[in-house]
Design a protein around this ligand. Structure first.
Ligand SMILES: Nc1ncnc2c1ncn2[C@@H]1O[C@H](COP(=O)(O)OP(=O)(O)OP(=O)(O)O)[C@@H](O)[C@H]1O
Ligand SMILES: [Mg+2]
Length: 268
C-alpha cells in the first residue's frame, strides 16, 4: 500500500578525504513523516543539501516520485528540484529579515507568479492573468500565516519576530511553494516545550494535508511523537532504519548516542 516519495540509492557526498554521506540508501514513503536523526556531524544537513540541490552528490542516486513517476534529482539544478516539488527550511533561519512576514511568503511564490505570464513583461504591464495570480499568491500567503498563527504579524519585518515565530514563518514560506516533500532541518531547535508541541501539531497537519515530510531533529520528544519512520545516521553511514519503537531499542543507535563502549550496559 505504501508508495515512495523519495528514494536514495547509495548516496555519497565527499569533501576531499571526508565522506560526509557514505552510501546511504533509504526510502521515505508518501504521506509519512520520516525523521533523519544522528549525533552532531553525522551528515544529516549534508544529506538535505544533496536532496535540495545545494550540493551535487559525488555518488549514488536520488529519486523523487511525482504521481508515481521517478524524477532523478541528482541530475537537476537546485531551482529545478524546487520546481519538482521539494521545499526546505534551514538549520540557521534564512528569511529576508527586512521584509515583512507577508512579503517573505510572496517572494517564495515569485516563480509561480512569473510563470503566469510566461516569464514575460506581462507582469509589469499589469496583465489580467498576472493580477489573478497575484491575488491567488496573497490568498495562499494569508492561508499559511493563519495556519502558522502569524496573521497578526503579517506586516512586521521578519527579523523583528521572536525566534519561534521566525521558525514557523520559514515553514509557511516553504509551504507556499506547494511542495510534495517538505525538508525541515531542526525546526524545534530553540523552541520552548509549548512551542515544540505546537510544532508537532503543525507538522502532523501538514502531513495529513498530503505533503510528505523529511525531518532532521535532535528533540527526541518531537521525533518519537510524530515520526512514522526514523533513519539513523552516524559518521555518514546509515546505522538503523525503522519505526520509532524499533529505533529506540536498537543497540547500535543507543551506542551512537551514548558513545562507544556503552553497548553492554543493559546485559542482565
Ligand atoms: N561544505 C563542507 N565542506 C567540508 N566539510 C563539510 C561541509 N559540509 C559539511 N561538512 C562536514 O561533513 C560532516 C557532516 O556535517 P553535517 O553538517 O552534515 O552534519 P549534521 O549531521 O547536520 O550535524 P549537526 O547535527 O551538528 O547539524 C561534518 O564532519 C562536517 O564538518
Ligand atoms: Mg545539521
Amino acid at each position: 500500500m505504501a508508495t515512495p516519495i523519495l528514494e536514495t540509492d547509495t548516496l555519497t557526498m565527499r569533501f576531499g578525504g571526508l565522506v560526509a554521506v557514505d552510501a546511504v540508501t533509504f526510502t521515505a514513503q508518501r504521506d509519512d513523516i520520516t525523521a533523519i536523526i544522528g549525533p552532531n556531524g553525522a551528515g544529516k544537513t549534508t544529506l538535505f543539501n544533496c536532496i535540495t540541490g545545494f550540493y551535487r552528490p559525488t555518488g549514488g542516486a536520488l529519486r523523487l516520485f511525482r504521481d508515481g513517476a521517478p524524477v532523478e534529482l541528482h541530475h537537476l539544478a537546485g531551482h529545478r528540484i524546487a520546481r519538482a516539488g521539494v521545499a526546505r527550511t534551514f538549520q540557521n533561519i534564512r528569511l529576508f529579515p527586512g521584509m515583512t512576514a507577508l512579503e517573505n511568503l510572496l517572494v517564495a511564490q515569485h516563480n509561480t507568479l512569473m510563470a503566469s505570464t510566461g516569464f514575460g513583461i506581462g507582469a509589469l504591464l499589469g496583465a489580467p492573468r498576472y493580477r489573478r495570480a497575484q491575488k491567488a499568491a496573497i490568498a495562499k500567503a494569508v492561508h499559511w500565516l493563519e495556519v502558522t498563527d502569524l496573521l497578526a504579524r503579517a506586516d512586521d519585518p521578519a527579523g523583528a519576530l521572536p525566534y519561534g515565530q521566525q521558525r514557523r514563518l520559514e515553514i509557511a514560506r516553504a509551504m507556499c511553494t506547494d511542495p510534495l516533500l517538505l525538508c525541515l532541518d531542526e525546526p524545534a531547535a530553540g523552541l520552548n516545550p509549548r512551542e515544540s508541541e505546537e510544532l508537532s501539531a503543525l507538522l502532523r497537519m501538514i502531513r495529513d494535508g498530503g505533503c510528505s515530510i523529511l525531518l532532521i531533529e535532535h528533540d527526541m520528544g518531537v521525533v518519537m511523537g510524530i515520526s512514522d519512520r526514523i533513519v539513523v545516521l552516524d559518521h555518514g553511514r546509515k546505522i538503523a532504519d525503522g519505526t520509532p519503537g524499533e529505533v529506540r531499542a536498537d543497540p547500535r543507535v543507543i551506542a551512537a548516542y551514548l558513545g562507544e563502549g556503552d553497548e553492554g550496559e543493559d546485559a542482565a
